[in-house]
Design a protein around this ligand. Structure first.
Ligand code: IVH
Length: 679
């Protein structure tokens, strides 16, 4: 049976809704709706598509999950070769390059040309082909002339639009080849490695290897699970529009809904461009991804053509490299750390070494197998790498510098903190201390509980957490709420003022929303995203505590391991006692009573249906969200207004049934005007 019109319309509007919100989330980094809301809409679309497969379109957000594995990659010819960049290692070399640019263009010694400066992201170069606005091919750079067809993998990257979104801007050109870098943010890289280490899988040496390895997977389902991102830095083939400069190209690509670095700048002189570059050299740590330098490009395409290419590198661009963040130093000893979930991790004690401006004394060794498989021994000279804020890691030993005195590492058999025997499960790489009263674990848990993403208790860091545990002032996180000034004064370094400050911080943590409390408890596999979904779904800790594994798994995004971890946590008597202590203290254990969103439409919930005369859906959603309102996908008794356009779907009937207020675009505008700005 063909799909009825209103289902067809619902699918179309869900696609538009999901694509728009994915753009807000992944490209602009300004989400307007919660993950749970996004998931709900995605599930509804999946349902419809399962029933009416003819409604599946190539740009449907459901098509990102990854297709079938490929036997091998097809090769792709790059009609315009994908070039590489010459490197400069200091400012003087950039000036020399610019001197050549001046000479070749016949400019005098003071002559200037406009330059674009961009960060050089360390990932994998990719070419994306858009035909009439639809992504038809993604290819690696390969040798610059032929690359590999990785379309199926590229489609799984959320910040790459499958179709250029219809917007208020120009129509997409008939042919547009966007070039840029696929990369992993530093945060994603660290998370990925942590997870791999726990599972006993090999870790990646740096974000670039991780990105390249993920894109060059024959099984797109694996790629889909890696949190890859994309940043466009230029164009290849373009038909239907005339672009005159790099800056114009970047602006066009940005208008087409692709991510472009917000740190790209246009300069009139080489001096200004260089000042910007050197400034970034000292602010490199602020970039959320690994960058290995800054790229300077002659802006004007006509001048680029006149300068031309030698070998594989254009004469119109140069990369000013940052110093490398890898050094060799001596591994003095190997210690072990006990984490909040009891995982025992080996770490390297290093002869202090300056790596890219930061003195490193310790580095992670991930797990026992990592140390063994890389044959890292105490006394070795080792390569140590760091990327941004990511914990430095030991890459491997320099075998040629061995003296024969080096000692292999042996994992201790007892917990260094509590002395209980350690266990290692047969199919896991991690070694655990299973003693729930282990003081090291408790100190870590307190630290986590108080951390910024959790209960955000200022003044409760690593050191204070250890002091509290050592002094026997807390047995679990619930005890934080029965601390008194008198008790705190017993701790070294605590006078009245500091004690009061900490107590005030603990007191104000009672106001944190429920999902933050869930995050803070330190349940395995429950980070902020999972905590938010659980909080939204179950609404209170009591309902969550009563839920079966099956019910938890039924919440979108939960796997069986997460469900088991949550269930396991609540089944422990000691944890249930913690919940009671938190309840008595007045910590928020349910969703109710959360601060409303700000803005004139705060607290109001809208649903859109049909085509509005001159507002796109995305526009209307944005206006409502900016005014503090919420746009949801389906009409329910919680809906305040249904905004109706031409050809409304079944939502209109539903709204009538439920007695929801029905308004048109003019009505929406009035609401925004009356309750919103004065214009
Ligand atoms: S332009 C004109 N711009 O660096 C030369 N490349 O060594 C073509 N890269 O293969 C590249 N950020 O993978 C350019 N802002 C940027 C870049 C960038 C990273 C990579 C890219 C390229 C390699 C060249």
């Amino acid at each position: 049976m063909p799909a009825p019109d209103e289902i067809r319309e619902e699918a179309r509007s869900l696609r538009e809704f999901l694509n728009y919100h994915a753009y807000r989330y992944y490209v602009l980094d300004q989400p307007e709706i919660s993950d749970a809301e996004y998931d709900r809409a995605l599930r509804r679309l999946e349902e419809i598509e399962a029933e009416y497969p003819e409604l599946v379109t190539p740009d449907s957000p459901t098509q990102r999950v990854g297709g079938k594995p490929l036997p091998q990659f097809e090769t792709v010819n790059h009609e315009l070769p994908m070039l590489s960049l010459d490197d400069a290692f200091d400012v003087r070399q950039v000036r020399e390059w610019f001197g050549r640019v001046r000479r070749l263009l016949g400019l005098g010694p003071e002559g200037q040309v406009e330059l674009v400066v961009e960060p050089k992201v360390d990932g994998l170069a990719i070419s994306l082909l858009y035909e009439d606005g639809v992504l038809t091919r993604g290819a690696t750079r390969g040798d610059g002339f032929t690359g590999e067809d990785v379309t199926a993998n590229v489609r799984t990257i959320r910040s790459i639009p499958l179709r250029i979104p219809p917007g208020d801007g120009p129509e997409p050109p008939p042919l547009l080849e966007v070039r840029g870098e696929v990369y992993l943010s530093l945060e994603a890289f660290e998370r990925l490695n942590e997870r791999r280490a726990q599972r006993g899988e090999p870790v990646f040496a740096n974000p670039r290897n991780a990105a390249a390895g993920s894109v060059r997977q024959l099984d797109p389902q694996i790629t889909a699970r890696r949190p890859l991102a994309f940043l466009a830095y230029g164009v290849g083939r373009v038909e239907g529009v005339t672009l005159r400069s790099q800056w114009e190209a970047l602006r066009l690509v940005e208008k087409m809904g692709l991510p472009v670095s917000g740190d790209a700048r246009l300069f009139a002189t080489i001096e200004a461009a260089l000042e910007y570059c050197t400034n970034w050299m000292s602010r490199r740590e602020e970039l959320p991804f690994e960058a290995d330098g800054m790229v300077l490009k002659v802006n004007d395409f006509e001048l680029q053509d006149r300068l031309g290419v030698v070998g594989r590198a254009p004469r119109w661009a140069i990369a000013l490299k940052f110093p490398p963040r890898e050094e060799v130093t001596r591994l003095i000893d190997i210690g072990v750390n006990v984490g909040r979930t009891g995982v025992v991790t080996p770490y390297a004690v290093l002869e202090p070494v300056n790596i890219g401006g930061v003195v490193v004394k310790q580095a992670t060794l991930h797990n026992e197998d990592y140390v063994r498989s890389r044959d890292i021994r105490i006394g070795d000279f080792v390569t140590v790498a760091r990327a941004g804020d990511v914990i430095p890691q030991v890459i491997g030993p320099i075998i040629s510098r061995r003296t024969g005195e080096e000692k292999p590492f042996v994992m201790p058999s007892r917990c260094p903190s509590c002395g209980e025997p350690l266990t290692r499960l047969p199919d896991e790489a991690a070694t655990y201390c299973t003693n729930s009263a282990c003081p090291a674990q408790l100190a870590r848990l307190l630290e986590h509980f108080a951390s910024r993403g959790a209960m955000d208790i200022e003044g409760l860091g690593e050191k204070v957490a250890q002091q509290l545990v050592r002094a026997g002032l807390v047995q679990d996180v619930g005890d934080l709420y029965s601390l008194t000034e008198e008790k705190l004064l017993r701790l070294e370094g605590f006078a009245e003022k500091r004690a009061r400050g900490l107590l005030a911080a603990i007191e104000s943590s009672k106001q944190r929303p429920f999902w933050r409390v869930l995050t803070a408890l330190g349940i395995r596999r429950v980070g902020t995203v999972v905590a938010q979904a659980l909080a939204e779904h179950f609404g209170s800790i009591d309902r969550l505590a009563r839920a079966s594994e099956g019910e938890i798994e039924a919440v979108h995004g939960m796997g069986p391991h997460t469900a088991a971890a949550v269930r396991g946590w609540f089944s422990q008597e000691s944890n249930r006692r913690v919940v009671e202590k938190l309840r008595l203290a007045g910590v928020r254990l349910s969703q109710a009573g959360q601060a409303p969103r700000e803005g004139p439409l705060a607290g109001l919930s809208f649903v859109l249906t049909g085509r509005l005369p001159d507002l796109s859906r995305a526009e209307a959603s944005r206006l409502i969200a900016e005014a503090g309102g919420k746009v949801t996908e389906s009409v329910s008794s919680h809906t305040d207004y249904l905004v109706v356009g031409e050809d409304p779907g079944s939502k209109l009937d539903r709204a009538r049934e439920l007695g929801v207020s029905i308004i048109d675009q003019a009505g929406l505008r009035r609401l925004l005007r009356v309750e919103g700005d004065s214009g």
